[in-house]
Design a binder for this molecule. Structure first.
Ligand SMILES: [Zn+2]
Length: 288
């Protein structure tokens, strides 16, 4: 049974984890349908996820796309625990522009292929809660690779944890082959009841999602997603980030190892390397 501690400070942990970075970033264009607590996606002073924020630090960044970047988690559950984050201060994945949402999906596909190369399956979660500080929530999706056996029980694990907190998760089947990210985004918006809804969403190995929009006054246990991932990864003690601290040198090595591991699957990097003789890895594939 998972311990469902209420850790409202968890979102505060990432301070100083990310920094200014250029990468493939295109100049900010008005995000269609974007809903940023920080005001139209501008960098928010003190937000750890804003690449344009002075408080940020690039050391954990593994790949930077046009509108989205990939980072290694500061207090990782596993060495391959990654975060997918929009570069701009935007609150939730379903509120992203169609192009930004599609880039999140491309990173998910790339990570799925990377985990598959390790014999693992992708499990992820996102929660969108209105936060009163630092310009509100900055969208980030936690992603880990787990064994196939753990992947098979991921849905039940999320459901059980949610039930303990008094919530029932709704199952959204995997996207129909060939339907594309726009259709997925539309289905998620429909299931959640709009782009500015608070919600919890889990992504399972088969591409299905478990979602729960949160109504006014409902409180979601902040640690729930991380506790389920740590349980599935077989390291429940790492649900607490306090168990996951490392020295700056260990962290530097860990990030470098992740970058090397991800490189063959990095669709963004490959786009830049066209003509440079780089092979095309599985990461080029998408689920579309
Ligand atoms: Zn931000």
């Amino acid at each position: 049974m998972l311990q469902l501690a209420t850790m409202w400070w968890w979102d505060g942990f990432w301070m100083n984890a990310l920094g200014t970075a250029g990468g493939n970033r295109r100049a900010a264009e008005s995000p269609e349908g974007g809903a940023g607590g920080g005001g139209e996606g501008k960098p928010v002073e003190g937000c750890w996820f804003c690449l344009g924020s002075a408080a940020a630090d690039t050391e954990l960044v593994a790949s930077v796309g046009e509108e989205v970047y990939l980072a290694v988690d500061k207090g990782p559950i596993t060495p391959e625990h990654a975060l997918i984050v929009p570069i701009d201060h935007l609150s939730a994945s379903v509120a992203l522009s169609p192009r930004c949402f599609a880039e999140v999906e491309r990173y998910l596909s790339a990570l799925r292929a990377m985990y598959a190369s390790l014999g693992r399956e992708l499990v992820a979660f996102e929660r969108h809660l209105y936060l009163r500080t630092k310009g509100g929530n900055h969208c980030h999706i936690n992603v880990v690779g787990v064994t196939p056996a753990a992947g098979r029980r991921a849905g039940d694990a999320f459901r059980a944890a949610a039930a303990t907190a008094g919530y029932t998760l709704e199952l959204l089947p995997p996207p129909v082959r060939g339907s594309g990210p726009d259709e997925l985004r539309r289905q998620l918006l429909q299931a959640l009841g709009g782009a500015d809804t608070e919600y919890f969403m889990a992504l399972l190995p088969d591409g299905s999602r478990l979602v729960r929009p949160l109504m006014r006054g409902e409180r979601w246990p902040m640690a729930l997603g991380r506790e389920v991932l740590a349980d599935l990864a077989g390291v429940p003690e790492r649900a607490s980030w306090k168990q996951c601290s490392s020295s700056p040198e260990e962290e530097r090595q860990r990030v470098e190892q992740f970058r090397q591991l991800f490189k063959p699957f990095d669709v963004m990097q490959q786009a830049e390397d066209v003509g440079a003789g780089e092979g095309v890895g599985q990461g080029q594939q998408t689920r579309e």
